[in-house]
Design a protein around this ligand. Structure first.
Ligand code: CP
Length: 306
């Protein structure tokens, strides 16, 4: 039962619950006309303390396409945060107006904290370099729709594995499916955090750390590229040194399997050359599309409307 629950990290939901959301998302994708008024009279608060193109617009579109309405902000400078209001008080207050809250914040743990004070479900729309569970739902739906399975996969994740919250959520979540093997492709400075690797070791999920993208490409069913997260760096020079550490282009993709997919949560900077966009294996714009349907499904589930 997902009604009234929070979603702070993907593992807050069991695998069965995740699949339930994906199944509903698939139906919304195929039959959107059946869901036009499901959220009539309901209000989403989308509170974005950090910039977003996809997550905010897809949450807002999701609620509007379900017949609900949206309040919130994308610039915290317009809120009483500037006068010193605490996150706890903001959560309590906004939940007096809204039926569900989606929050993005630069600080790890902010969504969890708000969920402790809100009187309605809270969805983590990205907290610092920690987790981004609705991106993971999006990624799962994309893999399922494109490859037809969520088991028996070699998944290469490449780039900023240290600060990439979408990657942390994806790896933690996919580690619960059957016969998954990970390749972690990064420079030394941006390696996967120990807590994620410890969790995989505990579960007996195999992973290999490597620097060479070309070595990984022929092996993978999913290649998940990521941006070096400029906003998390203290040292600008270090960011400039690392930002172009991996660039996937059409020539490199020649060594890949015919039926693999290339994913990226976006925004991209230079990690995927635009010449990859026309390759049928490019799945990153599918991710964008599926993001809205999966958020429609999630909102309905948390509100107990399906
Ligand atoms: N994928 C993602 O989180 O994109 P935005 O930062 O634009 O929301």
């Amino acid at each position: 039962m997902l009604k009234g629950r929070n979603l702070i990290a993907p593992n807050d939901f069991t695998v069965e619950e995740l699949l339930e959301v994906l199944e509903l998302a698939g139906d919304v994708f195929r039959n959107p006309q059946n869901y036009l008024d499901v959220c009539k009279g309901k209000l989403l608060a989308s509170l974005f303390y950090e910039p977003s193109t996809r997550t905010k617009n897809s949450f807002d579109s999701a609620m509007l396409r379900l017949g609900g309405q949206v309040i919130g902000f994308s610039d915290p400078q317009t809120t009483s945060t500037t006068k010193g209001e605490s996150l706890a008080d903001s959560a309590k207050v906004v939940s007096q107006y809204a039926d569900v809250i989606a929050v993005r914040h630069p600080k790890e743990g902010a969504a969890y904290l708000m969920s402790k004070y809100a009187d309605c479900p809270v969805i983590n729309a990205g907290d610092g370099g920690h987790q981004h569970p609705t991106q993971t739902l999006t990624d799962l739906l994309t893999i399922q729709q494109r490859l037809g399975r969520l088991n028996d996969l070699v998944i290469g994740v490449c780039g900023d594995l240290l600060f990439g919250r979408t990657i942390h959520s994806l790896v933690s979540c996919m580690s619960r499916f059957e016969n998954i093997r990970f390749l972690f492709i990064s420079p030394e400075e941006l390696k996967m955090p120990e807590y994620i690797k410890d969790d995989l070791t505990r579960k007996g999920v195999p992973f290999t750390e490597m620097r060479d993208l070309a070595q990984a490409i022929p092996q993978v069913d999913v290649l998940y590229m990521s941006r070096v997260q400029q906003e998390r760096f203290v040292d600008v020079d270090e960011y400039l040194r690392l930002r172009d550490c991996y660039i996937l282009d059409r020539a490199k993709l020649e060594a890949a399997k015919e039926n693999m997919i290339v994913m990226h949560p976006l925004p991209r900077v230079n990690e995927i050359a635009v010449d990859v966009d026309a390759d049928p294996r490019a799945a990153y714009f599918d991710q964008v599309k599926f993001g809205m349907y999966v958020r429609m499904a999630l909102i309905m589930k948390l509100l107990g409307l399906r």
